[in-house]
Design a protein around this ligand. Structure first.
Ligand SMILES: [Zn+2]
Ligand SMILES: [Zn+2]
Length: 177
């Protein structure tokens, strides 16, 4: 969702409160496709604190559908966020004080606030790079693909991992020298 900031910037002290939501959509995070959505609508507060400077706050709760990194089943996680940004709309930088230069921001362009991007900017700083369906997830059988949390198989689990074979090749080369 885009919010035009022209209006709130017309006078210092002006505040706008909007009801916004994050529609369900997919994002790629560290190679994993995640389905994200806002748990419910939330308030977005925008205040003009100085000429060209706005303070933006909101507290959305984001629901992420992810996949367990061991067994690939779906895992639903909830992330309550508390977002607060003070930005200089004329330079598109985070505002600290008049003298400080900070990083460019991606969620404001030509006086338009991209609310989805603002949320992602915060979410991606706290999101764990991977999740497990449970602490002791047994994963899937490397041989037959059975989910070992729900059933078992008779495969020989000592079959070497192909990645480990590379190391044993290197080891054997050293032995030959
Ligand atoms: Zn799992
Ligand atoms: Zn198996």
């Amino acid at each position: 969702m885009n919010v035009n900031l022209y209006d709130v910037l017309t006078s210092v002290g002006k505040t706008e409160i909007l009801d916004v939501s994050l529609p369900e959509h997919n994002e790629v995070f560290y190679g994993e496709e995640i389905t994200l959505s806002g748990k419910e609508a939330f308030s977005l507060n925008i205040t003009c604190v100085k000429k060209d400077i706005v303070n933006i706050t909101c507290e959305p709760v984001i629901v992420a559908m992810r996949t367990c990194s061991r067994c690939l089943t779906e895992v639903e996680s909830c992330y309550p966020l508390s977002i607060e940004r003070t930005v200089n709309v004329s330079t598109n930088k985070v505002y600290i004080d008049n003298s400080s230069e900070t990083d460019d921001i991606s969620y404001i362009e030509d006086c338009n606030l991209d609310v989805d991007r603002l949320i992602l900017d915060e979410l991606f700083t706290i999101l764990p790079t991977s999740v497990l369906c449970k602490e002791d997830c047994k994963g899937i059988c490397k041989v037959c693909g059975t989910n070992l949390n729900t059933s078992s198989c008779n495969c020989d689990q000592t079959v070497p991992d192909p990645r480990m074979a590379v190391f044993s090749d290197i080891f054997n080369q050293f032995k030959e020298v």
